[in-house]
Design a protein around this ligand. Structure first.
Ligand code: GLN
Length: 325
């Protein structure tokens, strides 16, 4: 096993869990009523290693919507089906240094990266019109859900229609981003903006729990092979690109500091979820709705800091991996 002393390791995870539980900072997202009603006390942590060992503590079986945690997944599908070259004709790889929904494009008039709203909306347009363009909207939705499910080892993945309807209702900024990108010819030919945005809101409104999302993170930690089913879901090259951009752009405007302090690829979402990938070791999902002013889960960020203060998971930490080269 990749973690030889499993019970010793999970004991530490439990300690971190209880430490973070007493953290009462942050505010639950309030831009739609369904998220505003979330109980701020929810707190769950799930771990899944690349050899399929699992551990969870707290509220790990209550579903939440993926929100921005869907961004690395749709980006992964686009890379896997279209290749890096095609995808990055349309979207960049730089941190934007701005808010996740800021009305701004890069110097080439492309979205900065796929982890912010503009980039994710663009990636949705690629999924819609370049991969099997003959598919109907319903088929394209099923195609995407099935991909997410394969990443999750076949575990439960739902869709929250109330959240979808609210997202679409409260979408002035996303529409503004959508039109701004259309003005600059960002989309592939024959794209339909309303359909692209609906598809983006649908991806944000997919629903899963911590246990399931830890499997998704573990599939990314394992080079695209799901550790539960052993199915090869993504190519290693696609996973490498996803993790690179999670590392530099996954935590909104805290990404630089997070990469400095914690040094692991991660992606947060506005429902309070956090996907954490320790490449070649394990995937972790934490969920706690209260967010800091930049939009990251307060308990989730604290958990990651506790984790790397105990274990040398920081990706630039010196170890002896290459001593025998
Ligand atoms: N649905 C949200 C939006 O598009 C998702 C963003 C997020 O999770 N930060 O604004």
């Amino acid at each position: 096993f990749i973690i030889p002393d499993w019970s010793g390791f999970t004991k530490h995870i439990e300690d971190f869990y209880w430490k973070c539980k007493s953290n009462s900072e942050g505010k639950v997202a309030s831009y739609i009523p369904q998220l505003a009603r979330m109980n701020p006390d929810y707190w769950g942590v799930s771990v899944c290693t690349i050899d399929g060992q699992r551990f969870s503590i707290g509220d790990t079986s209550i579903p939440f919507t993926l929100q921005s945690c869907s961004k690395p997944l749709t980006y992964a599908i686009a890379l896997d089906r279209l290749g890096q070259e095609v995808v990055h004709q349309y979207v960049g790889q730089e941190p934007s240094g701005r808010n996740f929904n800021e009305l701004v494009l890069d110097y080439n008039k492309k979205p900065h990266n796929p982890m912010i709203n503009a980039g994710a909306i663009l990636v949705c347009s690629l999924l819609k019109s370049l991969i099997k363009p003959e598919m109907t909207l319903a088929e394209k939705f099923d195609f995407t859900v099935n991909y997410f499910k394969k990443l999750a080892g076949g575990e439960n993945l739902g869709f929250n229609n109330a959240i979808f309807l609210s997202e679409r209702e409260a979408a002035d900024r996303n529409y503004a981003l959508g039109f701004y990108m259309r003005e600059h010819n960002c989309y592939p030919d024959k794209s339909n903006l309303k359909e692209i945005l609906d598809f983006y809101f649908q991806c944000c409104s997919m629903e899963a729990n911590c246990d399931t999302m830890a499997v998704v993170a573990a599939t990314l930690a394992n080079g695209g092979i799901c550790p539960i089913t052993e199915e090869k879901v993504l190519k290693p090259d696609s996973v490498r690109d996803v993790l690179s951009l999670m590392h530099s752009c996954g935590m909104y405007d805290y990404s630089g500091q997070f990469a400095f302090k914690v040094g692991i690829p991660a992606k947060s979402g506005v429902s309070g979820s956090l996907l954490v990938v320790i490449p070649n070791v394990m995937g972790i999902c934490t969920w706690s709705p209260p967010l800091d002013p930049l939009g990251n889960s307060c308990r989730g960020v604290q958990f990651c800091e506790e984790l790397v203060s105990e274990f040398n998971f920081h990706s630039t930490y010196y170890d002896h991996r290459y001593d025998n080269l």
